[in-house]
Design a binder for this molecule. Structure first.
Ligand SMILES: Nc1ncnc2c1ncn2[C@@H]1O[C@H](COP(=O)(O)OP(=O)(O)O)[C@@H](O)[C@H]1O
Ligand SMILES: [Mg+2]
Length: 411
């Protein structure tokens, strides 16, 4: 069979006419196309034929197709078809008519806070559904979030996604692949160890850029970027955009903690952090309108258990003024009969007890006293590595893997 070389002049593949090239991508090109039989507009991601000879790249491409086909989510680009013509593999997707979040940021500098949070919350919920199926995206960044003029938001580019329980050669070879500025620090070490918390980090880094217009860790080279990530060395977003709310600033910084255990436990918890509103409140039926009345159990100075109630703002003020004793011992409920939960379980109060990662040389930063939680894989947290040499060596090893991965991908 003749080899068809994909170029701007490539006119058709399988049942699809290619109308125009819309992007030259890591694994080939993306075209706006049309299904011949129905005239439906589609996007066709085409892998160059020389890469088809690269078994690993082909497997990775096929995996993207498989994963996309298995997802049916309004906020994830839908796969329609996959084929190989000659030796050119191609993936057909729904055509998202718009621009990427990255392009929007390039054009406008930064997005209004409410809009940025709305976009990220939709992607967070889609990611949460993917996480529940055991899938990690591993490549969340502004360029992989597509926006339509009608306000639809879609996550694209699942070429690096993987199922958490599978540890394949694809993952080993592409061990450190990702985008350095948005990648979680643990991804530099060994992508086989990463879990959904790397997507939470990358999503927060994406929001950081959307609300500040600044690439996180922008001034750094690759080694610098990586070391600064391990040290939580990033200007708070409110330093770059003083109009940003304290809540969103706090939520971004928490989700970008170097220690994965210090981040929100799920994408839904990240959304809760951003909005300050719990998705589910124990004891309150899901659809019930929630009254702004909270019941609090706390210990007074003599250690006697006391109960009080009031609107959220009053309870928050009392907590901030230390009137309710040790905040770690306070339990709160939306219902008089409970169940009573620790403050960190409820988004309405979580920011008062969850410490942010300490930033080096930042005198005003709150210091996180928490003991790093044990995780299956090393976290790369600066607090675990007071001597920098092992961390630097680990980073350099990770970078070597990253470069090898890039080389293999580019072959
Ligand atoms: N389904 C789609 N609809 C419209 N444009 C798309 C679609 N998928 C990808 N693109 C365009 O192609 C670009 C690159 O696609 P992507 O899947 O992210 O490839 P890469 O692996 O190179 O990052 C996107 O940023 C977007 O501009
Ligand atoms: Mg991409």
């Amino acid at each position: 069979m003749p080899v068809i070389v994909p170029k701007d002049g490539l006119e058709s593949l399988g049942n699809y006419d290619l109308l125009e090239k819309i992007a030259a991508v890591g694994v080939g090109s993306v075209y706006r196309g049309r299904r011949r039989a129905t005239a439906e507009l589609v996007a066709v991601k085409v892998m160059p034929p020389f890469r088809a000879g690269n078994e690993l790249a082909l497997q990775r491409f096929a995996r993207e197709c498989r994963i996309l086909s298995g997802l049916n989510d309004p906020n994830i680009v839908r796969a329609l078809d996959f084929g190989i013509e000659g030796n050119i593999p191609y993936l057909v997707m729904e055509f998202v008519d718009g621009e990427s979040l990255g392009e929007r940021i390039d054009r406008e500098g930064c997005l209004p806070e409410a809009e940025a949070v709305h976009v990220i919350a939709q992607i967070a919920r889609a990611l949460d559904r993917a996480h529940c199926q055991g899938l990690v995206h591993r490549h969340v960044k502004p360029d992989n979030i597509l926006l339509t003029a009608g306000g639809d938001v879609k996550l694209a580019d699942l070429g690096l996604a993987k199922h958490v329980e599978t540890s394949t050669q694809l993952t080993k070879t592409g061990g450190c692949l990702g985008t350095p500025n948005f990648m979680a620090p643990e991804q530099f070490r060994d992508a086989r160890c990463v879990d959904k918390r790397c997507d939470i980090y990358a999503l927060a880094a994406t929001l950081y850029m959307a609300v500040t217009g600044q690439l996180p860790f922008a001034a750094s080279n690759l080694v610098d970027c990586c070391l600064r990530k391990f040290k939580n060395d990033l200007p708070p977003p409110r330093e770059l955009n003083p109009d940003l709310s304290e809540r969103v600033d706090w939520a971004i910084r928490r989700a970008m903690s170097a220690d994965p255990a210090a981040r929100p436990a799920s994408c839904v918890e990240f959304v809760e952090d951003l909005t300050g509103r719990s998705e589910k409140v124990p004891g309150v039926p899901k659809r019930a309108a929630r009254a702004d009345s909270w019941y609090v159990v706390y210990e007074d100075a003599s250690g006697t258990s006391q109960q009080t109630s009031g609107p959220q703002q009053d309870i928050r003020r009392s907590l901030q003024e230390g009137l309710l004793g040790d905040a770690e011992k306070v339990r709160v409920s939306a219902s008089q009969n409970g169940p009573f939960e620790p403050l960190r379980s409820l988004a309405e109060f979580r920011d008062l007890v969850v410490a942010l990662p300490a930033r080096p040389n930042a005198e005003t930063e709150p210091v996180d006293q928490a003991t790093p939680s044990p995780t299956a894989c090393p976290t790369g947290d600066a607090r675990e590595t007071p001597a920098w040499l092992p961390a630097i060596l680990a980073v350099l090893l990770g970078l070597a893997g990253f470069l090898v991965g890039l080389y293999l991908l580019a072959r």
